[in-house]
Write a protein that binds this ligand. Structure first.
Ligand code: FAD
Ligand code: UDP
Length: 400
């Protein structure tokens, strides 16, 4: 595999058939497919000093494998995505479990049968559970906003409890908005679960962690004779955006350009910055084997951070006497601060602004945008992978 820091002397973009900006899922999937299916020579430029985008993981000073940009757990219902990614890694059989710390009691999230009994006591919890089963069916996911609409005193009691103790304060910390003020699809990611399954992603047939690491998965995906990766290179220093064409290093570029960064950054924010939430990731290494019983504990009624993740509980790594935890503090993103834009804020005026930036690249036929940043979408890893597979399908079919 060829990964170099910086561009070599005399770097000539014209000697490549495709330039990929960003070495996260969006970029790496496209690079691999264009190299394999079209025989394209591909240059991947990445502004960070490493590959794997926000899925990057590495060992910290204590030797604990951590996720530098927040906890990442693989899960998908999509067979094509699973088949593709499984070419580059084996998976562990880890199932992510999350507990909410509600006034000191740890209850499963998604809120389920067991949580009901912990919240309301054995007898009443069971009665309320049977009522949920009668209303929605067994093993059903019910978005909290849907549960709140039910006109039944007992279901309302459940809805009020869950809304107040699981969603309201956590959502205020994460988004600085109440659950009613944000995109229902975001709240729908974590439904109430009418059943006993206590996994965070119930019903996802494929879930786990890469056997070695996410970074290792990317090393394999980018390991191809026709792919060269250059880290520490900001594509904005290479690209000149015209209305119908793009120049690379000052010369017209006839190959394909796949851009996976934020579109406002590409145009120096000249229409204004696209709003995001960023997160202060605060890691602590503790002199103990284990800190908490599961991968993640959400602090849904207390603390300033949203959640604590303990990496060893997810990776299964054995590091005697040491463990590393991560506290996440969400805050507004300032595009001039050098912070990472983690979460898009899916609101109509932001989508309008995004569309204006997007319109500027639409006339450039060999310029493609894909990924969580470039599409301004709240994608999980599998969603980004699918989007990149579909974009590369299009490019491949135009090539034949
Ligand atoms: P990125 O991973 O952001 O990659 C884009 C790359 O482009 C970056 O490396 C960036 O440095 C580079 N780049 C940008 N601009 C330029 C430029 N001008 N020049 C050169 N390079 C540039 N998904 C899950 O499935 N499960 C999870 O548990 C999960 N947890 C998450 C937790 C957090 C806190 C966050 C924020 C996200 C989580 N995700 C999770 C989502 C996952 O991180 C994304 O879906 C995925 O990483 C997006 O891949 P991408 O390639 O679109 O973007
Ligand atoms: N959420 C919440 N309480 C929880 C878990 C999630 O209020 O215990 C809400 C919150 O608004 C959050 C959203 O549901 O932003 C989606 O949660 P998820 O865990 O999917 O977020 P991510 O892992 O992407 O940060």
């Amino acid at each position: 595999m060829s990964i170099q820091s910086g561009l070599p002397e005399g770097f000539n973009p014209q000697s490549y058939d495709a330039l990929v900006v960003g070495a996260g899922y969006a970029g790496a999937v496209c690079a691999r497919r264009l190299a394999e299916a079209c025989g394209y020579k591909v240059a991947v430029v990445e502004k960070r000093d490493h590959i794997a985008g926000n899925a990057y993981d590495c060992e910290d000073e204590a030797g604990v494998l951590i996720h530098k940009y927040g906890p990442h757990i693989y899960h998908t219902t999509n067979e094509r995505v699973h088949e593709f990614l499984s070419r580059f890694t084996e998976w562990t059989d880890y199932s992510h479990k999350v507990l909410a710390n509600i006034h000191g009691t740890l209850m499963p999230v998604p809120f389920n049968h067991k949580s009901l009994k912990l919240a309301f006591g054995e007898e009443k919890g069971e009665r309320l559970y049977q009522k949920l089963v009668a209303s929605f069916g067994q093993d059903k996911k019910v978005p909290i906003m849907e549960l709140r609409e039910k006109n039944d005193p007992e279901l309302s009691e459940v809805a009020d409890y869950v809304y107040e103790n699981v969603f309201l304060h956590y959502t205020m910390k994460q988004w600085d908005k109440t659950p009613d003020q944000i995109d229902p699809a975001v709240m729908g990611r974590v439904p109430v679960f009418v059943g006993d399954d206590d996994r965070y992603f119930p019903q996802a047939p494929h879930q786990g962690m890469p056997k070695v690491s996410f970074t290792d998965l990317f090393e394999h995906m980018l390991d191809h004779d026709l792919i060269s990766v250059f880290t520490g290179v900001d594509a904005r220093d290479l690209l000149d955006m015209g209305e119908t064409s793009v120049k690379v290093c000052g010369k017209p570029f006839g190959g394909e350009v796949i851009y996976t960064g934020a579109l406002d950054q590409l145009f120096n924010l000249d229409l204004g910055g696209l709003p995001y939430r960023t997160v202060d990731m605060v890691f602590e290494t503790l002199d103990q084997d284990q800190f908490q019983p599961v991968g993640t504990v959400n602090y849904t009624v207390s603390e300033d951070f949203t959640r604590i993740t303990e990496f060893k509980n997810m990776t299964g790594q054995v590091v005697p006497g040491k463990t590393t935890i991560l506290k996440e503090y969400s805050k507004p993103y300032d595009p001039t601060s050098g912070a990472t834009p983690y979460y898009v804020i899916n609101e109509p005026e932001n989508i309008e602004l995004y569309k204006k930036y997007r319109a500027r690249v639409e006339g450039i036929l060999n310029f493609h945008v894909v990924g969580r940043l470039a599409e301004y979408r709240y994608y999980d890893m599998d969603g980004v992978t699918l989007s990149a597979l579909e974009l590369s399908d299009e490019i491949i079919s135009n090539n034949h």
